[in-house]
Design a protein around this ligand. Structure first.
Ligand code: HDE
Length: 708
């Protein structure tokens, strides 16, 4: 297989610097022999202006920060590659989708949307899933999210929804959260946002890991083949590890215990060689089917159910290398949905059209001018030749006199490429219409798909979603806004609205008036969108639920092992041999104290974390080996019971071996006799099987009385 992916590694290598064994210098290359003291007039004298070493150091420091992204400010990146399984030339001439021999390098950035750069990873939010493909024909960016739909239909509303969800402008509260009046004020007036909002309120809003999220291009794009024929396409990323989430109680606690939880998880998995993988799937829709569905393909608040158009898996992405430098790569990377290559094209989705303007525009101020395309992480692996010149921080030294086209002085170069030579040609779509400022009536149905989404969830997922609404609306202060939301929820699903209303202690209003009689636009009238005329074109769509598909992969799952001096080494070894060595899960020894502990074999073992410094929510499962002395010591630690009870409540796998049965009996675990994820002297295979299912959600309704 041609290793195209080495190209980008080599390209970045031109700019990477390792300082091991090298003398310290100024930026001008002058060696430095004192980096701790400024130049002074006398021992206690004032510092001298001539101290070029001090001036350079401080000046550079003073300018280290650049503006953070207005949305998606907090993110984590990784390098990898994409491999194609099947030649798709029937649909597209893009080589990335026709050449099965080539590995295309990628850089991926995952992010939260609303919070600042330093906010917690476990905010209830949508996640960004942006992929930069360094193809032989130029950069192709697939700038997606972890949900298949977006909040709004038209780019015109983007600043409004973002202003409404960001911290309120007077007191800059709350950070990275949507639980406040301005957000619900907006979304209850812009009912198109209800669908994506429902996804955000579902477990998708609090993923267990970036490695366990789906990704979606959201918009309908086009694939265009050599013959100039076009098909509509939706892009999907399907994670090999399945789609999993944490509970809200965990999310809140993780944000305190380790706000870098997702960033650390991705980094550590890659460092350990557990490279996360996603398969790329396409939903391909013939051009003649454009008007076949009950929804409009150009409406980004709708997905195409997999029952109507199956997802065809065509390739796989593997992330196998962490960045060398967060700022140089993850912070400076500039994605753009308008970075496409020949064989891929846009549709008239009005949200996509607006995005095509926004990304370069914001990057001009974030990265300081138009030459950010030359920053190593952003530059393409093929050659760039054009007549763009100058501006801040220009790196390229263009030779010759002719910086215009056409020319003869430069030999007519750089010259144009015909379509057959790989030149980009836009798809020749026939357009015939009046210039109007309006939205198509085919975008009007705002209620059918949220209802389909809710119907498609399992009972436990529905419960989580209901609780999310109760939490978020419960934090709003204005009753009128909450009532408007309750009425809208009742138009989606009665059971959902009734459950939320009862926990809020409120009534669902019979109807809502146009909220204010001032002119806030016809689009803000929920009645315009025919809430009662919910279309029922599908009872359920299986792919919308996260109910884990049967998988045996537990790679990188974290298992807490509670031990004290005198723990049963043989029992732990047996578990580790299977789960860690064979299945690549990760065991961590948690003990009442740091340093080392002794086992029954009188050997010393390094403690990974003391009970004081860690929390159960940072792990996927709990294992307690026996050993009389160890269990006696653990019995007197309150935090041990907190671990067990939290693990119980969060429906995780818990295994007690040998004398650890005493802890089982002393804890609430003893009440869950038939629970298949609670093991007494269970086999490693049983443990691995339960862990692969992620959680035993059936347990959840029976844990309400457990206080932790
Ligand atoms: Fe973005 N979005 N967006 N967005 N978006 C940005 O570009 C914007 C939308 C998405 O890791 C910004 O460089 C508008 C949909 C991701 O660097 C900005 C509209 C989807 C990222 C911008 C949308 C996304 C961004 C901020 C409505 C999913 C992070 C910084 C018309 C398909 C990329 C930047 C990264 C970032 C504008 C809607 C995904 C301001 C105007 C829909 C994953 O240009």
């Amino acid at each position: 297989m041609a290793n195209g992916h080495k190209n980008k590694v080599g390209d970045l290598g031109k700019n990477t610097v390792a300082s091991e064994g090298k003398p310290m210098t100024t930026d001008q290359g002058v060696k430095i022999n004192d980096d701790a003291n400024s130049l002074k007039a006398g021992e206690r004298g004032a510092s001298l202006l001539e101290d070029f070493i001090l001036r350079e150091k401080i000046t550079h420091f003073d300018h280290e920060r650049i503006p953070e992204r207005i949305v998606h400010a907090r993110g984590s990146g990784a390098h990898g590659y994409f491999e194609l399984y099947e030649d798709m030339r029937k649909y597209t001439r893009a080589r990335i989708f026709t050449d099965t021999e080539n590995r295309t390098p990628v850089f991926v950035r995952f992010s939260t949307v609303a919070g600042s750069k330093g906010s917690g990873d476990l905010a209830r939010d949508i996640r960004g899933f942006a992929v930069k493909f360094y193809t032989q024909e130029g950069v192709f960016d697939l700038v997606g999210n972890n949900t298949p739909v977006f909040f709004i239909q038209d780019a015109m509303k983007f600043p409004d929804i973002i202003h409404s969800v960001k911290p309120e402008p007077d007191w800059e509260i709350p950070q990275a959260a949507s639980a406040h009046d301005t957000f619900y004020d907006f979304i209850s007036l812009a009912t198109e946002s209800l669908h994506n909002h429902m996804w955000a309120m579902s477990d998708r809003g609090i993923p267990r890991s970036y490695r366990m999220m789906e990704g979606f291009g959201i918009h309908t794009f086009r694939l265009v083949n050599e013959q100039g024929e076009s098909h509509f396409v939706k892009f999907h990323w399907k994670p090999k590890l399945g789609v999993h989430s944490v509970t809200w109680d965990e999310a809140v606690k993780i944000n305190g215990a380790d706000p870098d939880f997702h960033r650390r998880d991705l980094w550590e998995a890659i460092e350990a060689g557990h490279f996360p993988e996603w398969e790329l799937g396409l939903q391909i829709i013939p051009a003649e089917d454009e008007h076949k569905y009950e929804f409009d393909l150009l409406d980004a608040t709708k997905f195409v159910p997999e029952e109507l158009v199956p997802v065809k898996i065509i390739g796989k992405m593997t992330l196998d290398r962490n960045p060398d430098n967060f700022f140089a790569e993850t912070e400076q990377v500039a994605f753009h949905p308008g970075h496409i290559v020949p064989g891929i094209d846009f549709t008239n989705d009005p949200l996509l059209q607006g995005r095509l303007f926004s990304y370069t525009d914001t990057q001009l101020s974030r990265l300081g001018g138009p030459n950010f395309r030359e920053i190593p992480i952003n530059r393409t692996v093929n050659e760039v030749h054009n007549n763009h010149r100058d501006a801040q921080m220009r790196m390229t030294i263009n030779q010759g006199k002719a910086a215009y086209f056409p020319n003869t002085i430069g030999g007519g170069c750089p010259h144009l490429a015909k379509m057959a030579e790989g030149g980009f040609t836009s798809f020749e779509e026939r357009i015939d219409g009046k210039k109007i400022r309006d939205r198509s009536a085919s975008f009007n149905d705002h209620f059918s798909q949220p209802a389909l989404f809710f119907r498609s969830l399992t009972e436990w997922e529905q419960t989580h979603l209901i609780n999310a609404y109760v939490f978020e609306l419960g934090k709003c202060n204005r009753d009128a806004i909450k009532e408007r939301m309750l009425w809208l929820l009742s138009q989606i699903d009665d059971r959902l609205a009734t459950a939320v209303a009862s926990k809020l202690g409120m009534q669902i209003p019979m109807d809502i008036e146009r909220p204010i009689n001032q002119n806030i636009g016809a689009d803000a009238d929920p009645h315009k969108h025919e809430p009662s005329a919910v279309k029922h074109y599908l009872e359920k769509s299986e792919a919308l639920s996260q109910e884990p598909l049967p998988t045996t992969i537990i790679e990188g799952r974290k298992i807490a092992v509670l031990v004290a001096d005198g723990f049963d080494m043989a029992a732990l070894q047996k578990m580790k041999a299977y789960l860690e060595e064979l299945k690549h899960a990760n065991f961590q020894l948690i003990a009442p104290h740091g340093g080392t502990i002794r086992c029954t074999e009188n050997m010393e073992h390094r403690v990974d974390a003391s009970l004081m410094t860690t929390e159960s929510v940072l792990f996927d499962a709990l294992y307690i080996p026996g050993g009389i002395q160890s269990i006696q010591a653990l019995k007197s630690e309150g935090k041990v019971f907190k671990f067990i009870h939290e693990m119980l409540k969060h429906c995780k796998v818990i295994a007690f071996d040998g004398e650890a049965e005493e802890l089982y009996k002393l804890s609430a675990a003893k009440d869950f006799v038939h629970d298949e994820a609670i093991l007494l002297n269970g086999s490693p295979e049983h443990f691995a099987g339960a862990l692969a299912k992620h959680r035993n959600w059936q347990r959840e309704p029976h844990t309400l009385h457990i206080a932790v």
